[in-house]
Design a protein around this ligand. Structure first.
Ligand code: AMP
Length: 296
């Protein structure tokens, strides 16, 4: 009896909130108790990368809300949207184990009214790199994240460095719209062989999975070359490395100023320099990045 009460009292209870109303009610209760709120927006298929964001939020806030919403407006490829993994029962178990306080799990009609326009222009950042290969992607991202911010009004929101350009675009949105939230960029969590964890990794065949580690190895090779080898030469050598695998087809590889994502010609050009790449490994498109100098 004692143990049952003990377990119920101390095990974190995950509230599953499917509507805006339920979310608002939950947050009101927490705010009345004086809780700070951390938000972790995700599209689910949770892995250790997502869970590191939850852990960080739990450290810094009294209450943590994770959202799982596969946002249709940020997919420019309908097949990618259809194929996106949605293991919700497993995700709920992981969130319970991680001690997350609430899961916001809305359906599409709960988030969008149907005929919505979203026109926020975050400038050059949203049109380059991922923006070039996935036109409209960041419009969809800012659209959904602004909604999540409006609904949750979090003190802090947690994003992964894995999607560094996304973090920069959201930072710009927060600045443009004067949203009172503190953004936290968390380190990329990697598999033992260096591959950045991603919900899309499940699509890799065993051969592709093995080839995929070349992406992070290439980024680490650039870091090893700096500062002796200039950025342009380091990039060429990195592309040579990638070309060693016939399964890898790069979309881009840049060595850039970490605040603008514009390519740099020398290691002195910016206080923080980052290498970013995107490539198809078989049919699966993966991205990764690494700070070569400085940090976020
Ligand atoms: P997603 O579900 O892919 O939209 O990702 C949700 C959040 O988790 C985003 O802020 C991502 O940057 C972050 N994230 C995804 N993969 C990782 C990873 N390997 N390490 C750290 N954060 C990650």
């Amino acid at each position: 009896m004692f143990f049952t009460i003990f377990a119920v009292y101390f095990s974190a209870v995950l509230e599953i909130l499917k509507t805006r109303r339920e979310l608002t009610g939950f947050l009101q209760g927490r705010r009345e108790q004086g809780h700070s709120v951390g938000l972790v927006p995700t599209m689910g298929a949770l892995h250790e990368g997502h869970l590191s964001l939850i852990a960080r939020s739990r450290k810094e806030n009294r209450s943590t809300v994770c959202s799982i919403f596969v946002n249709p407006t940020q997919f420019n490829d309908p097949e990618d949207l259809r194929k996106y993994p949605r293991p919700i029962t497993l995700d709920i178990r992981k969130l319970e184990q991680a001690g997350c306080d609430a899961l916001f799990l809305p359906g599409v009609s709960e988030v969008y009214s149907g005929t919505e326009e979203w026109e926020l222009d975050t400038g050059e950042l949203e049109g380059i790199l991922e923006g070039e290969f996935r036109p409209g992607h960041y419009r969809g991202v800012t659209q959904v994240v602004s909604k999540l911010f409006e609904l949750t009004d979090p003190d802090r929101a947690y994003f992964g460095q894995k999607d560094y350009q996304q973090y920069l675009v959201i930072s710009r949105m927060v600045q443009l719209l004067s949203i009172p939230v503190q953004l936290v960029c968390c380190p990329t969590v990697r598999e033992a062989d260096g591959l950045a964890m991603s919900s899309r990794n499940v699509h890799l065949s065993p051969e592709e999975r093995s080839a995929a580690s070349l992406l992070s190895r290439t980024l680490f090779a650039i870091r090893d070359m700096a500062p002796e080898v200039p950025p342009e030469q380091a990039k060429e050598k990195a592309l040579d490395l990638l070309s060693a695998s016939p399964l890898i087809l790069p979309d881009y590889l840049v060595i850039a100023d970490a605040s603008t994502l514009r390519s740099v010609g020398s290691w002195d050009e910016a206080p923080a320099i980052i290498a970013l790449l995107a490539a198809k490994v078989g049919q699966t498109r993966l991205i990764d990045n690494l700070f070569i100098k400085g940090t976020v």
